[in-house]
Write a protein that binds this ligand. Structure first.
Ligand SMILES: *[C@@H]1O[C@H](CO)[C@@H](O)[C@H](O)[C@H]1NC(C)=O
Ligand SMILES: *[C@@H]1O[C@H](CO)[C@@H](O)[C@H](O)[C@H]1NC(C)=O
Ligand SMILES: *[C@@H]1O[C@H](CO)[C@@H](O)[C@H](O)[C@H]1NC(C)=O
Ligand SMILES: *[C@@H]1O[C@H](CO)[C@@H](O)[C@H](O)[C@H]1NC(C)=O
Ligand SMILES: *[C@@H]1O[C@H](CO)[C@@H](O)[C@H](O)[C@H]1NC(C)=O
Ligand SMILES: *[C@@H]1O[C@H](CO)[C@@H](O)[C@H](O)[C@H]1NC(C)=O
Length: 403
């Protein structure tokens, strides 16, 4: 049985009727809530462009996927899997995006039956949390999905450096790769991706976005590989990578295309690391060093010297004080978002400096700043562009701000 989620904003009457016939009373009620939208939906193909069909894959009805295909639907999310994935692939020859996130029982075997020949249309594949998937599937993906641009492998603990070698061998158009919590991945694998083992694999050198969050085996050597080979990288997420240190920041500091760097909870990064970043040729727009215990006021001085073009800066729970704020605010003309939640040493004086100088600010997080008072908050609310003030329990709205 196919059970459509209510958030698919429309389907054609014949498909609807078919789906309806499978629904129980409760589900019919849910569907009825969006019926008006369905009824009003235009019959034109353009309506379906960009729509993602979300469904449970149960009793395979051979005609559903061809129907979606005929309507021009190119994106599918499978919410749960009880039938062969090959129905989807065979029924939708032009499929562009396949999201299997959380299909806990998708195996290498199941994926192997679906990917048996080139699928040049497929650009986005999301396998996050499909736990049984191993390197063997990555081999198939690298062989048949040559045009893949986005690959999500978050939480796949069976993936190893060999899998990354296969990606580096086959997926040259890859722009975005998520390896969150792939705990076996180490510097060798990142080296493959960055083309450091060219005799075996060219590398995925088009990568613009790389998430290595919580890859505990990575060291500064990975950052060296990244800086040498992945020159097009724009977004790098290293949050919770305990193995990287200040020395690694030297490697990153010449990545001129890097736009967003996430170092949240990287316990070994200190003021020295921020100094390295600030002394290089970075043009960062976003930096997150929240929960880095070793980052203090000195970092804010470095940031003001070399990273003054930042638009977003997150320092939650860092060891900063009003003094650090004072050393930073005059240079940060572009700053729009400042997150200093749980910085328990910040007082109204810091808020005063912020409201006097950071006039472009649209958002600020002050959650858990226990030393601030109503007086400081009043200053902050006078910032001309401020839209979001997070104090944890409530968010200021436009009307409250006016009042
Ligand atoms: C996935 O698990 C469900 C039970 O939760 C089972 O009915 C189904 O056959 C399994 N699917 C595959 C492809 O193994
Ligand atoms: C992968 O799927 C999850 C769950 O649907 C979603 O949150 C995430 O954004 C997806 N990733 C991509 C690149 O689409
Ligand atoms: C995947 O890893 C889990 C442990 O995380 C293990 O129990 C399982 O056997 C592995 N599967 C394969 C196919 O290697
Ligand atoms: C950064 O410097 C290293 C040498 O330390 C060099 O190999 C690499 O190509 C540089 N990266 C960029 C993006 O300029
Ligand atoms: C990067 O990591 C943070 C956690 O620190 C997470 O919230 C964020 O979504 C990640 N970004 C990307 C692009 O994966
Ligand atoms: C990171 O810091 C911990 C203790 O704070 C230390 O044991 C470890 O060796 C450090 N790792 C690196 C790569 O510097």
């Amino acid at each position: 049985m196919f059970e459509m989620e209510t958030h698919i904003s429309g389907l054609f009457p014949e498909i609807l009727a078919m789906i309806f016939s499978y629904l129980d009373v409760r589900d019919k009620g849910r569907v009825a809530q969006v019926c008006a939208a369905w009824r009003d939906a235009s019959y034109h193909k353009s309506v379906w462009r960009g729509v993602e069909a979300k469904l449970h894959l149960r009793r395979a009805n051979p005609s559903l996927f061809p129907s979606l295909h005929t309507r021009g639907i190119r994106k599918v999310q499978i919410l749960s899997l009880r039938r062969s994935l090959s129905y989807v692939i065979q029924g939708m020859p032009n499929i562009e995006s396949l999201n299997l996130c959380g299909c806990f029982n998708l195996t290498d075997n199941g994926l192997g039956h679906a990917f048996v020949q080139d699928i040049p249309s497929l650009r986005v594949l999301n396998l996050s949390l499909c736990k049984p998937i191993t390197d063997s599937s990555l081999g198939r993906i690298a062989q048949y999905l040559k045009n893949l641009e986005v690959l999500e492998l978050g939480g796949l603990s069976n993936i190893t450096n060999t899998g990354l070698l296969l990606i580096a061998w086959g997926l040259h158009k890859l722009k975005s790769l998520n390896l969150r919590s792939c705990r076996h991945v180490s510097d060798v694998g990142i080296g493959h991706l960055a083309g450091m083992t060219r005799s075996a694999a060219e590398g995925s050198l088009s990568l613009e976005q790389l998430t290595l969050q919580d890859c505990q085996k990575l060291t500064d050597l990975s950052l060296k590989h990244v800086s040498k080979g992945l020159a097009k990288l724009k977004v790098l997420n290293l949050s919770f990578c305990g193995g990287i240190s200040d020395a690694g920041m030297i490697h990153l500091s010449n990545m001129t295309h890097l736009w967003s760097l996430n170092l949240r909870s990287c316990d070994n990064i200190s003021d020295t690391g921020i100094m390295h970043l600030a002394m290089g040729s970075l043009q960062l727009s976003g930096l997150d060093v929240s929960f880095c215990d070793k980052i203090g006021d000195q970092s804010l001085a470095y940031i003001a010297q070399g990273l003054y073009q930042l638009k977003s800066l997150s320092l939650c729970s860092c060891h900063i004080s009003d003094d650090g704020i004072n050393r930073m605010v005059r240079q940060m003309h572009k700053l729009k978002t400042l997150n200093i939640g749980q910085c328990v040493r910040i007082t109204d004086k810091g808020l005063e400096l912020i409201s006097d100088h950071l006039t472009q600010l649209t958002g600020i997080d002050l959650y858990g700043c226990t030393k601030i008072t109503k007086r400081g908050l009043e200053r902050i609310t006078q910032l001309p562009c401020l839209k979001v003030l997070n104090l944890g329990l409530w968010q200021m709205t436009e009307s409250e701000k006016v009042r």
